[in-house]
Design a protein around this ligand. Structure first.
Ligand SMILES: [Zn+2]
Length: 143
């Protein structure tokens, strides 16, 4: 685990490889993977590898190491899912609907007429579907 990892944190366990994820991007500082309970097909989570509960628990350099990937991820999600747009959502604190207390950015594909509402808990993937979406996003990142 990372030096400051929280052993009870599900995202720290994902970073440490103790829980599998459908990752689409990994650097020394950041990890992006598909949300297994997506609000839409291709819903990606971007997180810092170091544990921090809220955005303001990161310093500017640590935040930059994560946020620098948002443009490429947004483009890849658009290309891979064919969405017309996407939301970037970041919640801090239970009152703001933060469920996992490890900083994360949601990248949520949006489609015309999707009747989208920010309702959690959300849906899931059919058998094998998450791997298809993962590969589409990964190949879009490489193009
Ligand atoms: Zn954590």
């Amino acid at each position: 685990m990372e030096a400051n990892a929280d052993p009870n944190c599900v995202f720290c366990k994902i970073v440490a490889g103790q829980i599998p994820c459908a990752s689409v991007l990994e650097t020394d500082e950041a990890l992006a993977f598909l949300d297994i309970n997506p609000l839409a097909r291709g819903h990606v989570l971007l997180i810092p590898k170091r544990h921090a509960a809220k955005l303001d628990d990161l310093n500017a350099s640590q935040a930059g190491g994560v946020l620098r990937h948002l443009p490429a991820l947004g483009k890849a999600v658009r290309q891979a899912t064919g969405c017309q747009g996407y939301n970037v959502l970041q919640n801090n604190g239970r009152v703001a609907h933060q469920e996992v207390m490890h900083v994360h950015f949601h990248i949520i594909p949006r489609f015309k007429g999707d009747d989208f509402q920010f309702n959690w808990p959300a849906g899931g993937y059919a058998e094998g579907e998450i791997e298809q979406v993962r590969e589409a996003i990964r190949s879009a990142l490489e193009s």
